[in-house]
Ligand binder design. Structure first.
Ligand SMILES: Cc1ncc(COP(=O)(O)O)c(C=O)c1O
Length: 366
């Protein structure tokens, strides 16, 4: 079976360095918030061209902590998309704020900037811009509107490590950028992990405090805070992988190019990056009206696929109760058409050809 993503292949390609990093941590005898996290935070901040990076327990916690660091909670509204991992909405709800879902741009699947202004109320405190599948949101118009209304921007970069918008790294454009290091991500740990990035000193201090019991000084809390600490093992592993992130993203982009060259003439909608953005193809998502039949055919022919995501968040019963009846025509339309094809840096040329051939055969058989 050719898998959609393959964290094991990534481990094997850096095995020696990862095992060496693990052994270094084990022999240090220091497992939580030590030298490895400190160094990783410096390296990750430098990579993202920001002043501060703070390691936390997961991408979801990064988002939740970001909202608290911006003093967003009960009675506030946060605008975001329904076409995202449920973690984005869950962080908003857990903060006490209300999610306000807006529709997406049909080409990039990212937040439609034109939809924001209509949804702004006196309660709106922030926009969470999700750089879904690895493609940045169109940030300039989003920045313009949020500035006009005095609204904060949190970038959800969980799927877009290393991607750029107008030469700026995602995460460095809004007030805070939130990352996940879930193993299948473009920068993935061997377990859970996350980080926040910002160039705002005040926010960085608050985030550091919130990730560990609200400690201002060791054992002395100024508020309740979380226990959301990136551990030393994950930080050491991430330090190894961060060195390869740009090369790995390059492999993903080459695979995407090949998919495009070989599938362009078929009746499929293929992903494409905007001219002012770099797509890092965390996922390669095509659209077709024959999605379910194609998926079944590919499974039968040894190609795993996935759907990100099958039910938009606003249509899931738990969230429907919170947000009521919301109509998001583009989000709703694509949910039945999207299909994620295999893509990861180590995907071989033969495997890619097999996926492409299977898709072509399916089309010939119609
Ligand atoms: C867009 C998005 N936001 C947030 C998250 C949450 O990250 P984590 O799984 O590390 O909590 C994910 C991960 O699936 C994601 O894809």
């Amino acid at each position: 079976m050719i898998e959609v993503s393959n964290p094991k292949a990534q481990f094997l390609s850096h095995r020696k360095d990862i095992e060496c990093a693990i052994s270094r941590v084990l022999n240090s005898g220091w497992f939580i918030l030590g030298k490895e996290v400190e160094e990783f935070e410096k390296e990750f901040a430098l990579y993202n061209e920001v002043e501060h990076a703070i390691g936390v327990g997961s991408g979801k916690e990064a988002l939740h902590i970001a909202l608290r660091a911006l003093d967003i909670g009960v009675g506030d509204e946060v605008i975001t998309t329904s076409h995202t991992a449920v973690a984005t909405a869950s962080a908003i709800v857990m903060s006490g704020a209300s999610p306000v879902f807006v529709d997406i741009d049909p080409r990039q699947f990212t937040l439609d900037p034109n939809a924001i202004e209509k949804s702004i109320t006196k309660k709106t405190k922030a926009v969470i811009a999700v750089h879904i599948y690895g493609h940045p949101c169109d940030m300039n118009p989003i920045l313009e509107i949020t500035k006009q209304y005095g609204i904060k921007i949190i970038e959800d970069c969980a799927q877009a490590h290393g991607s750029r918008y107008n030469d700026k790294r995602v995460g460095s454009i809004g007030d805070i950028g939130c990352f996940s290091f879930y193993p299948t991500k473009n920068l993935g740990a061997i377990g859970d992990g996350g980080a926040l990035v910002t160039s705002n000193e005040e926010i960085a201090v608050k985030v550091r405090l919130l990730r560990e019991y609200g400690w201002k000084k060791r054992y002395i809390s100024s508020e309740e805070g979380w226990n959301s600490r990136l551990d030393e093992l994950q930080a050491a592993i991430l330090r190894v992988k961060l060195k390869h992130l740009d090369t790995d993203n390059g492999h993903r982009q080459n695979h995407a190019k090949k998919y495009r060259e070989m599938l362009e003439l078929l009746p499929l909608d293929l992903p494409k990056s905007q001219s002012n953005a770099s797509h890092v193809y965390h996922l390669y998502v095509i659209q077709t009206d024959k999605r379910d039949a194609l998926r079944k055919y590919l499974t039968k022919h040894g190609v795993q696929t996935s759907i990100h995501y099958p039910i938009p968040i606003h249509q899931q019963s738990y969230y429907r109760e919170i947000v009521g009846d919301v109509s998001l025509p583009i989000t709703e339309k694509i949910a039945s058409r999207i299909l994620s094809l295999p893509i990861y840096p180590e995907l071989g040329a033969d495997e890619l050809t097999n996926v492409i051939d299977a898709i072509k055969q399916f089309n010939h058989s119609l």
